[in-house]
Design a protein around this ligand. Structure first.
Ligand code: NAD
Length: 498
């Protein structure tokens, strides 16, 4: 049995005796164990982070950027190994795992541009003989708590931006697929980062609470499910930290009557079933506008869904692989039961799916539910599996209202050839990220990622300039170099620029 250790400076951690199983979802076997750390272990990591962070913060920006350039090369050189490792613990197919690494790498590329984005602002002559400048300084020590579904991309969103901004970083990855985050940290040291700048501690709620309560950790970024995101936000803020906490999602894809339905079906198949639906930007709800659109779409969707190939995660021909754990498989199947009981029509049923030769794997067949309505629990909650729900809208207004009124507001997409309708939709919909004929509108690394409503707590997004702002605090200097003559102003009156 493989043991996945913490990645902290100063040798192996003394075990707490608590461990977590890491499955191979394709075979249903436990392939490794990960230790669950505690507050004492975190203290050790924080002590080291405190030691190295000041030196890193004053290393000149070009030298810091060179570490990111080298890191990019190393990740590219190790892409296949990283993707296979990721796929073996998560269950997503290898090409999709490469996408997971690649989207994180794009944030690392952005971080290599740090001399540009960290320059600050300057005003010459804000008053007579007065100049004002501002600089953004690192918070000190940042921490990240990440979900299982993007074990490469989301850690890189966080530690890339935090470290580029001059912080040291402690990552607590998901205990379900922890190997890739450790490998990413090893490669960062190989790229020239000082030891201790990026450390990985494993754990569950106990470790998360220790992070949230630790007085030397100044900023926490969280991505995971909404109830836990809300808890992390409240507890972290109560402890005086800066917190951003991204939560769950239920993204809608609006299909207008004029949309190219062949293109839509192709896009929907990938966006709803790719990665077994375990993406926060998946499209698990499709909203055809008008009965005629709904019938035409349904007719095309059924054969496309029946043609999907479910396979082990290293099957190069599989469209998607198993879900992450046996508990998650059971939960998804339970949601399909609930939907049926609530009155949804089960058009394609993925329950009880078994892959020949891999009967113990955690596979769920693709599922299509029609006539789903807004009062159903299966509509209100996130299922996070290969399940597509059709909610029929009577007109455009109804279609704008559905995602706008939903508790989650991560992403949304509209499929249409009508520019006016698309523009109107993007302007009015109450959701943070919008795709126009783009099914998974994850913004590129030099824009920014973040949802609305219960999909994100806190006011600052991940990566891009927003991410840089999150990991830094602004200091503004007003300076005057008097020539000795004085300017005759009354020192007892608040200075103005009048
Ligand atoms: P999760 O909430 O179960 O776990 C996320 C992290 O929280 C993990 O590191 C886990 O160890 C920790 N954790 C688990 N239970 C905890 C508890 N009781 N107290 C404190 N910490 C706890 O999420 P998951 O199942 O790993 O990931 C899937 C979820 O993440 C989905 O809801 C998905 O929509 C969401 N997600 C959101 C985004 C986004 O950007 N909005 C991106 C990816 C995933």
């Amino acid at each position: 049995m493989r043991n996945i250790d913490h990645f902290i400076v100063g040798g192996p951690a003394s075990p707490t005796g608590r461990t977590h199983k890491v499955w191979n979802p394709s075979t249903g076997e436990v392939q490794a164990e990960v230790p669950l750390g505690d507050a004492a272990l975190l203290d050790r990591a924080v002590a080291k982070a405190k030691e190295v962070q000041p030196g890193w913060a004053v290393t000149n920006p070009q030298k810091r950027a060179r570490v990111f350039f080298k890191y990019k090369e190393l990740i590219e050189a190790n892409m296949q190994e990283l993707a296979e490792l990721l796929s073996s613990e998560h269950g997503k197919v290898v090409d999709d795992a490469k996408g997971d690494v690649q989207r994180g790498l794009e944030v690392i590329e952005y971080c290599a541009g740090l001399p540009q984005f960290s320059k600050g602002e300057y005003t010459q002559g804000a008053g007579t003989g007065i100049d004002v400048y501002s600089m953004r300084q690192p918070l000190g020590i940042g921490a990240g708590i990440t979900p299982f579904n993007f074990p490469a991309m989301i850690p890189m969103w966080m530690f890339g931006m935090a470290i580029a901004a001059g912080n040291a970083f402690i990552l607590k990855p998901s205990e379900r697929d922890p190997s890739v985050p450790v490998r990413l940290a090893e490669l960062f040291v190989e790229a020239g980062a000082p030891e201790g700048l990026l450390q990985v501690v494993h754990g569950d709620k106990e470790m998360v609470d220790a992070i949230l309560d630790h007085e030397d950790i100044a900023g926490v970024s969280f991505v995971g499910s909404s109830d836990i995101a809300h808890y992390v936000y409240k507890r972290g803020v109560a402890a005086g930290k800066r917190v951003q906490a991204m939560g769950g999602a239920k993204n809608h894809g609006i299909v207008m009557p004029d949309a190219d339905l062949d293109q839509v079906v192709n896009d929907l198949a990938g966006a709803a079933f790719g990665s077994a639906g375990e993406r926060c930007m998946a499209l698990p709800v499709v909203v055809p506008v008008g009965e005629d659109t709904a019938e035409r779409l349904r007719e095309k969707l059924i054969p496309a869904i029946n043609a999907l190939r479910v396979g082990v995660s290293n099957d190069p021909d599989a469209h998607y692989g198993p879900v992450v754990t046996p508990e998650h498989k059971a939960r998804i199947e339970q949601w399909i039961d609930t939907a049926e009981k609530e009155g949804a029509e089960v058009v394609v049923d993925g329950r009880g799916f078994s892959l020949q030769g891999h009967e113990e794997g955690f596979f769920v067949g693709p599922t299509l539910l029609d006539r789903v309505t807004t009062d159903m629990e299966s509509y209100k909650e996130e299922i996070f599996g290969p399940v597509l729900q059709i909610v029929r809208a009577k007109d455009f207004e109804h279609a704008v209202k559905l995602p706008s009124d939903h508790q989650y507001g991560n992403g949304v997409a509209i499929f249409t050839r009508n520019g006016h309708a698309a523009r109107e939709f993007a302007q009015r919909v109450n959701v943070g990220m919008v795709g126009i004929n783009v099914p998974i509108p994850v913004p590129v690394s030099y824009h920014t990622f973040g949802g609305w409503k219960r999909s994100a707590f806190g006011d600052t997004n991940q990566y891009g300039t927003e991410g840089f702002k999150f990991w830094t605090k602004v200091k503004t200097v007003t300076q005057r170099w008097p020539d000795g003559g004085g300017d005759g102003s009354n020192a007892f009156v608040i200075p103005t620029m009048g």
